[in-house]
Design a protein around this ligand. Structure first.
Ligand code: PMV
Length: 308
């Protein structure tokens, strides 16, 4: 028997960085993300008589050994929730280039949780769990994946993840691809390392204040204010990386150059995209639907390998 599901990725504007509980991925602060409905992972499960294993769903798709074992460990956790002893072949792929440098753990874990719940509910004749429960289970595999269950906006705080109603339901997304190489410091390591930064002490308060201010800016449709808050937020997170005990940085010369170009674009035009960065060197841009001209101009301005 086979089951298949897909799930989207998401990009946080207020970042999840630092965990209160590392085993269950309880975040230090609330985060807010926009769901990237077009960037998806598909996961297929097939009942198997052997041990759980992973295969690529499409040609040329690969996962590192570490990623495969993390994925299978999450499947094990999900099976235990249904008291299921059987095994599966897990097949997965992303619809965005593997080498695009885009994080895929959010979409991967959300898709695996969804399809496993379908398979396990059917195989054990149990109820299919509500979406909040799926998000909660997914969080235990990859924190940020719990936000991918809700769209277009998702908020994740101490009570779990849920959708958030904001005035911009459809945004245009571009990525300035600075590097697609594997990161030297994974986001799991980053979550641990940042706690040693002197700036981490005030981080929950700063993130909380910025979250409220950003929600207000969106409600007031004050796009320039939203841009400033998103900018301050990713800089805040990257400052934590650069000021912890064993400092590290994802920012390259090219990252700095493109960020400067984006800032001067905003300064001259008085408008532009929301700019954010995850734990990596690439830059994410979000535009309102009426800003398509800006998106085209910026594409020309920064000469990046376009991917949207
Ligand atoms: O879900 P994780 O453990 O890969 O953490 C993701 C953390 C960031 O992408 C840097 C920020 C976020 O909120 O998505």
């Amino acid at each position: 028997m086979k089951w298949q599901a897909s799930a989207p990725s998401n990009i946080a504007l207020i970042k999840y960085m630092g965990k209160r509980d590392a085993t269950t991925n309880i975040p230090t602060n609330a985060s807010l993300s926009y769901t990237l409905t077009d960037l998806r992972t598909t996961v297929e499960l097939e009942s198997s008589t052997g041990a759980d294993s992973w295969e690529a769903l499409i040609e040329d798709f690969t996962l590192s050994e570490a990623a495969i074992s993390r994925f299978l460990k999450h499947l094990e956790t999900l099976k235990s929730k249904f008291n299921y002893q059987g095994h599966f072949i897990v097949r997965s792929s992303n619809n965005f280039p593997t080498a695009s440098g885009l994080a895929s753990s959010a979409s991967s874990f959300a898709a695996l949780t969804t399809v496993a719940a379908q398979a396990l509910a059917e195989l054990t004749a149990s109820e299919y769990p509500p979406i909040e429960v799926l998000a909660d289970w997914s969080r235990q595999g990859s924190g940020s994946s719990c936000r991918s269950f809700f769209s277009p906006w998702s908020i994740w705080d101490a009570e779990g993840a849920r959708s958030c109603t904001l005035p911009y339901p459809k945004l245009l997304h571009q990525v300035v691809l600075i590097s697609h190489e594997e990161k030297a410091v994974s986001s799991s390591q980053a979550h641990r390392l940042v706690t040693s930064s002197p700036a981490f002490a005030g981080r929950p308060e700063r993130a909380e204040q910025r979250l409220q201010a950003l929600i207000n800016a969106f409600h007031e449709q004050d796009w320039a204010q939203a841009y400033q808050l998103c900018w301050d937020e990713f800089q805040d997170m990257h400052q934590l990386f650069e000021t912890c005990k064993n400092p590290f940085s994802y920012m390259t010369e090219s990252t700095h150059r493109v960020l400067r170009d984006l800032q001067s674009y905003w300064n001259t035009q008085g408008d532009g995209p929301l700019v954010t960065m995850d734990a990596g060197p690439n830059i994410h841009l979000l535009y309102r639907p009426d800003q398509e001209d800006h998106a085209n101009q910026i594409k020309d301005l920064i000469h990046y390998a376009p991917f949207s």
